[in-house]
Design a protein around this ligand. Structure first.
Ligand code: GTP
Ligand code: MG
Length: 205
């Protein structure tokens, strides 16, 4: 599944351009610059597939990725699609544009039947912030399953990662749609990427 290349198939700037509901989708959500696009590249082992940047606000559409062979609609429906998304929170872009991305992301998250799991990315240096809580509340209300993924764990010491994992698990314990396990990752060093692949495979089955 991950040995073969994946391809970019569609960038969705507004809800009306979404593909028809169908194959399961896994969405990567989180604050701007948390490392969503980098994590997709690490997961697929393809540097440069999803475009990354040091500047928050890089990803500006809902970007769909599918296993190669399903890039052409004539090939039929893919077994699964990964969806990279614009971030929420601060971004280096005009406020009206940031507001439009946030609305697109929130509408997609609460209204998409094909959405099987959201990986909610949290920067290991910062932990859960108020706007992450807002997204969790939205997903709990919409009954969309989400799993917390800590990112950039290479930037803090291992004991601090362990403490953050414990604190974060405690914090989501009573949230109805939160998956009760989390994954600590580093796209830079490769930590946690195998675990994340297993999670994706389970959802594709
Ligand atoms: P937006 O699309 O702007 O919302 O950002 P994003 O969440 O897609 O983040 P992106 O993947 O573009 O990464 C943002 C920055 O963080 C880039 O400079 C990456 O190189 C860096 N980065 C991402 N993941 C890691 C990681 O695991 N470790 C380290 N050290 N840096 C990372
Ligand atoms: Mg991005």
């Amino acid at each position: 599944f991950f040995a073969k290349p994946w391809v970019f198939v569609r960038g969705v700037p507004a809800l009306k351009f979404l593909p028809p509901e169908g194959p399961p989708e896994i969405a990567f959500a989180g604050r701007s610059n948390v490392g969503k696009s980098s994590l997709i590249n690490a997961l697929l082992g393809q540097k440069g597939l999803a475009r990354t940047s040091n500047t928050p606000g890089r990803t500006q559409e809902l970007n769909f990725f599918v296993p190669d062979g399903y890039g052409d609609p004539a090939a039929g429906l893919p077994p699964i699609a990964l969806v990279d998304m614009p971030g929420y929170g601060y971004a280096k872009a005009p406020k009206a544009q940031v507001d439009a991305w946030t609305a697109l992301v929130f509408d997609y998250l609460r209204g998409r039947a094909s959405l099987k799991r959201v990986f909610l990315l949290i920067d290991a240096r910062h932990g859960i912030k108020a706007n992450d809580e807002e997204v969790m509340a939205l997903l709990d209300k919409a009954a969309v399953s989400y799993q917390i993924v800590l990112t950039k764990t290479d930037k803090i010491k291992p004991p601090a990662v362990e403490a953050l994992v414990a604190a974060t698990l405690e914090r989501i314990r009573r949230r109805p749609a939160a998956f009760p396990e989390l994954v600590a990752t580093s796209s830079e060093k490769g930590g946690g990427i195998d675990e994340l692949r297993v999670a994706v495979l389970r959802l594709a089955e």
